[in-house]
Design a protein around this ligand. Structure first.
Ligand code: FAD
Length: 496
């Protein structure tokens, strides 16, 4: 059987392994860490369990598809449910909006709390669905580097509808055109952060993102987000995929412009062999570091690698010794001046003194994630990617500002409730996952040409070499990383 080496067990690496194993390849995954998942991992702290990275699960059918192509029943591996409430939004002026997953109820709530008409919200969501349907097949599900992508019915439908896609306006301009209430503009501007971008710069086509939450749904796995990784690892193992942990790959071996294997530092403690030979190599490592660290002798596509990266995150994982009835699984505490916040993030490369705060509390749905009567708070703010800032100073200041803001809005001194704490910042995200500059979603989408500036899923210079994950086409986040695996695996020729 032909063999495949996959570098990294992020969600895209595991998904590629499953797809190629289903095609008949013998697959080995090499993972630098001691456990799988990359950004999609978990940890425990003094009786509290935390999902370390992603907290919002959308498009679960991309996960289900992996079980189905393997001939398995997804329900034998993972259970998840649709959330009745997507998010609780809190504003400094005291407004509290509950984002029901039912679009009608959500639109009614907005009308009641802000006066922004129900009709305007429903028509916004309808347009979001239309834009998604016109563009998804073209930009998300195919390689943009193949002529066939641009010469089929989906492409023609896209060209025909171009004037309606708002690609020449920013997301903020689209939202301001649609809504009069600044709180609702802010609510829908936040969707730019789902791929680490700036709503005042990212093109209006990002209007497709709310469609995923309100028309398709937001979900939560019964055993927590990490169960997505665990269930896919179990499936891959059932299909014969071999996982080698604590094994960092130092080089992709290229002979006569062909990838012929990988050079690991060691395997299970044994000294490194000269190299392990494979017929196909797939890198799930961030594309910048794949070129810089693993392919030192291959000419790098500098323009692509130097594209500005997405934002990163500062996360305080707090064990909280009380429970808050007004909070749900996903909670947002908005800043007063959103434009200033993004100006700090993307132009000044710093953190505003009034950042929008996101709190994810999985113990709301999975009570054993915290001791009885307590909650596990994943408290996150968007921060710039790492360009050598004084992170220790910025973190101290941000922590003070976050505690003051939450204490003010929740009318309780939060500092007294923090029983334990662990912190992640762009430096630790970079160190743990090899993500260039600690960016969460590869390159930012602040430029309307960003889709074309993401690296393809296949090397144009080295045969048998493929790339998957959030830093390459079609982009970051769990759903798109899974699509990168689908596109790349589709490009690998069958083993016979
Ligand atoms: P990664 O998760 O980046 O993993 C890469 C793996 O490769 C790592 O395990 C690393 O150790 C390994 N590796 C790298 N180099 C080597 C090497 N040389 N040898 C061996 N192994 C190597 N997405 C959502 O959909 N919803 C969310 O709510 C969401 N929130 C997020 C919050 C945070 C804090 C973070 C960090 C990310 C979030 N994301 C979210 C983004 C999402 O996590 C990522 O887009 C996705 O998980 C990326 O997966 P990946 O396949 O690119 O691999």
């Amino acid at each position: 059987r032909k063999t495949v080496a996959i570098i990294g067990s992020g969600i895209a690496g595991i998904a590629t392994a499953i797809r190629l194993a289903a095609k008949g390849f013998r697959v080995t995954i090499f993972e630098a860490n001691s456990s799988p998942g990359g950004k999609l991992s978990e940890f425990e702290l003094e009786g509290y369990r935390f999902d370390a990275g992603p907290s919002l699960f959308t498009m679960p059918h991309f996960v289900e598809e992996l079980f189905l192509i393997a001939g398995k029943n997804p329900a034998d591996y993972i259970a998840y449910g649709k959330l009745p409430v997507i998010c609780e939004y809190f504003y400094e002026d005291g407004t509290h909006i509950r984002a029901y997953s039912d679009p009608e109820k959500f639109a009614e709530e907005i009308e009641q709390k802000t006066g922004q008409s129900k009709k305007s919200v429903l028509s916004y969501l309808k347009q979001s669905a239309f834009k998604y349907e016109v563009t998804a097949n073209l930009f998300l599900k195919r390689s943009l580097h193949k002529l066939s992508t641009w010469l089929n019915l989906d492409a023609i439908r896209g060209y025909w509808n171009l004037p309606k896609l708002d690609v020449f306006q920013t997301l903020n301009e689209v939202n301001e055109r649609h809504f009069q209430d600044p709180r609702i503009v802010q609510l829908f501007n936040r969707y730019a952060t789902y791929n680490g971008s700036n709503p005042y710069e990212t093109p209006g086509i990002m209007h497709i993102i709310p469609h995923l939450e309100y028309n398709v749904g937001a979900f939560f796995p019964a055993k927590g987000m990490y169960n997505i990784t665990q269930s896919l690892v179990r499936l891959a193992e059932d299909m014969g995929v071999l996982f080698c942990y604590n094994t960092r790959i130092n080089e992709i071996v290229v002979l006569n412009n062909k990838a012929v294997g990988v050079r690991p530092n060691k395997i299970d403690g044994r000294p490194a062999p000269t190299y392990e030979s494979f017929d196909v190599v797939v890198s799930n490592m961030d594309i910048v570091n794949t070129y810089r660290k693993l392919l030192p002798h291959v000419a790098a596509p500098t323009r692509i690698l130097e594209q500005p990266k997405s934002s990163s995150a500062l996360i305080f994982y707090w064990g909280i010794t009380r429970s808050f009835f007004e909070l749900d699984l996903h909670n947002i505490f908005f800043s007063k001046d959103y434009q200033h916040e993004f100006d700090c993030l993307f132009h000044k490369q710093t953190i505003s003194n009034d950042p929008t705060i996101y709190i994810n509390i999985t113990s709301k749905y999975k009570p054993d994630d915290a001791p009885s009567g307590c909650e596990n708070w994943f408290t996150m703010i968007n921060v710039p990617n790492n360009s050598g800032q004084d992170w220790d100073g910025l973190i101290d200041e941000a922590r003070r500002n976050i505690i003051l803001k939450l204490s003010r809005i929740l009318k309780t001194d939060i500092s007294k409730l923090i029983a334990c704490e662990y912190i992640q910042d762009p430096r630790t995200i970079e160190a743990r996952t090899s993500s260039s500059q600690g960016a969460l979603y590869g390159i930012s989408s602040n430029n309307r040409y960003a889709a074309f500036l993401r690296h393809d899923n296949k090397s144009s210079k080295v045969k048998n070499l493929y790339f998957v994950g959030g830093s390459v086409h079609p982009g970051g986040g769990i759903p798109l990383s899974l699509l990168s695996a689908k596109i790349a695996a589709g490009m690998v020729k069958d083993p016979v």
